[in-house]
Design a protein around this ligand. Structure first.
Ligand code: 9Z3
Length: 337
């Protein structure tokens, strides 16, 4: 099937693509969460995490996906919580989550942490205990997890498709507008650039009888522009730029800042993302001839090998990313006064 490509603006996208059925419930819960933390004077960060799918059929059998496991988002969410933020964790269903992420990898399986203690007699069932050398780590994670639950500072919601993601992002950011400068957006989800509009999707499973399959997808609208200008004015917005060609990282990050006018683009290379990122932002310089804008580029690197060789636990780059952003965000809030 060959159809003409359609160019979607954010507006025409939302006018023609259907909202996910759970949208209203999700929004109601987010509203309560945001209002509570606005009342309590807390800053709130929306962390998006994981990849989006692009269904190829209305009765979905096949879909396009990407590599993202949600490590960046889940790890960062923990550090934001530790820094006193309330976190809306909007993630791909079944991707990594804060706290449980420590035990959901196949390298660190949860069941290997547990022992079965033999019962004292046959009348009592055996007890489960934590393997002694794993207790300190588990206790730390569990204590942080319980504290967050007690404070009510973490709210999770899920998406699967790129359509779910777009609808949710718009709705959540509109709810966060009341926070003004206390709202932060940390857009780490790996969102598809292409999609198949409902109107062009085959209803049933695409049949293989015709041989080759060729599908033309449309471009996902650039939603950062309306996010910055309309949905949540005043929010501190950080987007991520992922590239596999290191040479494209800075030019693409600068281009995104120029285009959307938000605060920070964090550039990362697919293979170096766990130990190197670059913060790109606009810098205002004053000299004799007036005020001019230029780009500030700050590289953040961690030395994975030395840390591990020295016997330290592997340092997570997200700890430093979040510390830097918390600092920048509080300056941003201060400067509005
Ligand atoms: C990122 O760059 C994230 O850091 C990663 C994290 C997806 C690389 P993992 O989940 O990976 O820890 O495995 N996100 C990219 C976000 C993105 O796709 N941005 C768009 C783009 O680059 C613009 S908003 O065009």
């Amino acid at each position: 099937m060959h159809t003409e490509p359609t160019t979607f603006s954010a507006e025409s996208y939302f006018a023609t693509q259907p909202p996910p059925p759970t949208l209203q419930d999700d929004v109601d819960q987010v509203r309560k969460f945001v209002e509570k933390h606005a009342r309590e004077g807390r800053s709130v960060v929306l962390v998006t995490s994981g990849g989006t799918t692009v269904p190829l059929e209305l009765n979905v059998v096949r879909f396009l996906d990407n590599f993202s496991a949600g490590t960046r988002g889940a790890t960062s969410a923990e550090y934001f919580l530790k820094a006193g933020y309330a976190v809306i964790f909007m993630h791909r269903q079944f991707s990594l989550q804060p706290y449980s992420r420590h035990y959901s990898h196949s390298t660190n399986p949860f069941l290997d942490f547990l022992d079965i203690d033999p019962p004292e007699n046959e009348a009592v069932p055996p007890r489960i205990s934590v393997t002694p050398n794993k207790r300190t780590d588990l206790l730390q994670v569990l204590a942080a997890y319980k504290k967050v639950h007690e404070l009510g500072t973490l709210h999770s919601l899920t998406f699967v498709t790129v359509n779910d993601y777009l609808w949710l992002l718009r709705a959540v950011s509109q709810e966060m507008a009341i926070l003004k400068r206390k709202a932060m957006f940390y857009l780490a989800a790996a969102v598809s650039d292409f999609f198949l509009p409902q109107q062009k999707m085959s209803e049933h499973k695409i049949q293989s009888g015709k041989g080759n399959l060729s599908i033309e997808m449309d471009q996902v609208p650039k939603i950062l522009k309306p996010l910055v200008d309309e949905w949540t004015p005043g929010g501190y917005i950080i987007s991520f730029k992922l590239e596999t060609d290191q040479n494209l990282l800075l030019p693409k990050a600068r281009q995104a800042l120029e285009r959307y006018g938000h605060q920070v683009v964090i550039g990362n290379d697919l293979h170096r993302r766990k130990f190197e990122v670059v913060f790109v932002s606009k810098e205002r310089a004053k000299d004799g001839s007036g005020v001019s804008d230029s780009f500030a580029e700050d590289w953040l690197r961690i030395d994975l090998h030395n840390n591990v060789a020295a016997g330290f636990a592997e340092k997570e780059i997200e700890e430093d990313i979040v510390a830097e952003l918390v600092k920048r965000h509080s300056n941003w809030i201060e400067n509005s006064r």
